[in-house]
Design a binder for this molecule. Sequence first.
Ligand SMILES: [Zn+2]
Length: 144
Amino acid sequence: MSLENDLRSRADNKCELCGATEDLAAVAVGPESDDSAEKSILVCSTCSAQMGGTAELDVNHWRCLNESAWSTEPAVQVTAWRLLNKLSGEAWARDLLDTLYLDEETLEWAQSGRRLQRMKTLSSTRTRTVQCFQLVIRSPSSKT
Ligand SMILES: [Zn+2]
C-alpha cells in the first residue's frame, strides 16, 4: 500500500498520463519491475485499460501525452515513449517522439520490453536474407 501512497504523493493524486483523478492505481513499468515507485506509475482506469490492451487505443485520449511525456519521472517518460511508438501512425505522435529527449538509460529501459521480441523476429529474417544473398552470389559464379 505504501507504493500507492508514494505514487499518490508524487503524482499529486492524479493520473500521471492524463491527469484524471478517479480510479487511480499503481501500474508497474516493465520489463524488470520491482515494486518501487521508480518503476511504477499512477494511472487511471482509462489509461491502464488501453495500456494493458483490454481497451482499444483511443488516439484522442492519448493527446494528453503532449503534456505528460515531459514529466521528469523516468517511469512516466518510458510509458509515454512506448505509447507514442504504438501511436506512431499519427503525425503528432511522431513529432512528439522526435522532440522528446530520453537520457540513455531511460531510452534503454523504454526499448527493453520490445527488444526481446524484435531480436527473435530479426534473427529469423536475417538468416533468410543471408541465404538469399548466397544464392544470388553463387549462381553466376557456378555457371562460369
Ligand atoms: Zn489516465
